[in-house]
Design a protein around this ligand. Sequence first.
Ligand SMILES: NC(=O)c1ccc[n+]([C@@H]2O[C@H](COP(=O)([O-])OP(=O)(O)OC[C@H]3O[C@@H](n4cnc5c(N)ncnc54)[C@H](OP(=O)(O)O)[C@@H]3O)[C@@H](O)[C@H]2O)c1
Length: 281
Amino acid sequence: MKILLFGGSGQLGGELREKAKDLSFEVIAPVTKEVDISDRAQVIHLIKQVAPSVIINSAAYTAVDKAESERDRAFEINAKGPRIIGEAALEVGARVIHISTDYVFSGEASEPLDEGAKTGPINVYGESKLEGEKALQEIIPDNSLVIRTASLHGALGENFVSTMLRLFKEKESVSVVNDQVMSPTYAGWLAEVLLDLARMKDVVGLLHAAGQGAISWFDFALEIKKQSGLKCEIKPVSHTEFKRAARRPKYSALSTRALAAILGRPSISWQEGLRLHLERL
Ligand SMILES: NC(=O)c1ccc[n+]([C@@H]2O[C@H](COP(=O)([O-])OP(=O)(O)OC[C@H]3O[C@@H](n4cnc5c(N)ncnc54)[C@H](OP(=O)(O)O)[C@@H]3O)[C@@H](O)[C@H]2O)c1
């Protein structure tokens, strides 16, 4: 199976490239310098030239706070990009697997959100990602799959886990937000799931894929401390103590019941995802 991967240099993209190689998929992963997904001519040319069976779009504008002041660029990459990919995929008969986010939700929920839950982004990044989802569902509904994931961490990128490990070594005490709840997701696990789904041609539409559980960043930090064995005081604080440009949902944990039914196995727990991540370091 020939896979064209956008965003191969990113945190999730790197895991996808590694896992795909282990599983003997043929993967073509252009770097951003070669193909900017918001450049229609470049994307169409490449997709026609490669003629992949599956396109995985892990490329995105992911700077959540910066997006507040770079709205146009965020929409170019996160909304126009998937639209162009969808149009080109339709022409060559390729299936599209596109990665989206729990930030399409407003944060008003109190239990894990399923695929039918009402969206309502509260920041530019979330708005632009929701537009990207909608573009694919409009252009290529019968041959695309949108995967919403959350709070990614892995050995190949900068993320909450890498930041905590660094701070635990540098500081005696760190303050971590305890009033925002989400589902931490190990990128290595997600990459495997995406490649399983790449083989399942009939799976289209929208699916949530995240670590199982709903915890605050503070609780996640406590578990990172426990599993890493590092010593540092962790203080719970409200999100209002951190001045950030973008608002974040108070609660955006994802239900993975639908994914489990399709794969025939439950999602990884967030604790096990962390264990696998730390084991790799
Ligand atoms: N990180 C999270 O916590 C999280 C949570 C939920 C959902 N997601 C979603 O998961 C996906 C992967 O996230 P990630 O953490 O792996 O992100 P990442 O590490 O920031 O990687 C983003 C990738 O997109 C590429 N890219 C950016 N602009 C591009 C453009 N105009 N054209 C082509 N490629 C471009 C980057 O290439 P360069 O390196 O060349 O810039 C990089 O390879 C994204 O769709 C993101 O929205 C992430």
